[in-house]
Design a protein around this ligand. Sequence first.
Ligand SMILES: C[S@@+](CC[C@H](N)C(=O)[O-])C[C@H]1O[C@@H](n2cnc3c(N)ncnc32)[C@H](O)[C@@H]1O
Length: 204
Amino acid sequence: MSDDDRSREIDWDAAYVLGETPWDKGAPAPPLIEFLEGRPLAGRVLVPGCGTGHDARAIAETGAEVVGVDISGRAIDGARALGEGEGLRFEVGDFLDLEGRHRGAFDWVFEHTCISGLHPSMRGAYADSVVAALKPGGRYLAIFFLTPWDEGEVPEPPPYGIAEAEIDAMFDGRLQTEQEWWPGRHFPGREGRELMRVMGRSPS
Ligand SMILES: C[S@@+](CC[C@H](N)C(=O)[O-])C[C@H]1O[C@@H](n2cnc3c(N)ncnc32)[C@H](O)[C@@H]1O
């Protein structure tokens, strides 16, 4: 990543210290819960940009072995305070600079509001890390928050929105879309603004 990209990064620790974390609803994402009720995740799951870990915790409760990674030490302190344990671990780390031990190590990568915090110039590196983290045949489960700003507000990023064509371009030729749908459950105000996908890495 260039110095210019680095300069666009947000001071995530400061946000957590100041409690300026409007994305943290104190609960797992309703579209994730809806999904897990029909299809619990199995195997090893990586949650990049996990924040204080509500989604990671919900996935671990279905029996998967979950690793939540966040660049903010303060977020990870908060996640650990809410509970680590059997099948659930939190780590400080830069997902865009994936550690060797995480390469090819996961059956699933789960996305929820990590992309919306990354400048669009970082999406290539993000997609590279998603693909690199997955085992052959592994899957990417994503809640894409397409328009992460308040209704009537002129978009002034961050957070950054994303369009379906941009998602396609990020993973073109590397992950295949297996399912795409509009979830039925949401945090208030996100109705019709979240798109879900399961995308698979080829088994070979
Ligand atoms: C908008 S917040 C969402 C947090 C969490 N997914 C949630 O919904 O509560 C984005 C998160 O991504 C983390 N983050 C930003 N850049 C990152 C990176 N390069 N690697 C790992 N985490 C990152 C931030 O610290 C922050 O916790």
